[in-house]
Design a protein around this ligand. Sequence first.
Ligand code: SF4
Length: 308
Amino acid sequence: MRESLRARLILAQKTLLRWHRRNARVFSWRHTIRNPYEVLICETMGQQTQASRIELFLNRFLQVFPTVEILAEAKQSDVIRAWQGLGYNRRALNLHKAAQTIVRLYDAIIPNTEKNLLALPGVGPYTARAILVFAFKKQVSAVDVNVSRVLTRLSKKVKTTSEILATEKVQTINIAILPKRNNREWHEALMDLGATICIKRNPKCSICPLNTLCPSSSLESKKSASAVIKKTSTEKIYFGQPKRIWRGRILAFIASTKKKTFDTICEFTAKEYMLERSDASSICTVVIKELTGEGFITKRADGSYELA
Ligand code: SF4
């Protein structure tokens, strides 16, 4: 990295850390001392859920499963039930398996190395590094979408709000400027700025603490804002709801009690969500086929479905 760029980023870092002391977002999980188990759950929830929504679910989940041992011993159906509302149930199943691995291999202690974290089900490079930063205060770089966006815009003048450097490149930039003592706060500051001011579309450069140091500070102009490339969702919608919502509903129903045949699942779906029986049958056919193919559920000899 060029020395002039590094010097500017270090200055931006000091400014951002000062701003963060007064403007940090307040979340229940941001204590001074953090329980690695809580961080693991929080980061797993955060994989596809906004931080502001995690708050609603984290405490409920921790009340049901206060320790990694209790989570490891739980029934899969209870884990799915506690996850209800968050969607993407694969995360809950992976978390459950990760807890079992942690109890079996690490004596119920969350591992504190990237290698061991990456070996846990559902833990990818970002989640592993985020756990190291937020639970263990390690000197590593954890690059999520907010960090990528802020560091891209700070590093070079971008032409459109959709322009983002490759994650490896952002990782290299971040590693070059990691602060020696405040790494956790640095990551939180980047994430908070990215979530509140340096947002994806229409960044609020005029109120940004870094606007005098940022080469992309003109992004707020109407001209630049109009250059945003709108991505259209490819997710299929069934009767007004994305497929993942139906997947979550049907999976939770199958997890709730024993002996769920195709007919009882359809009956429940039609009654609970006020659909015609034929409409319920069409969405159940799609979702059950998909969940079976992905190994979430299995069909028993008597024709009923259960969690795999
Ligand atoms: S000045 Fe604008 S583009 Fe630069 S970091 Fe701040 S909000 Fe983002």
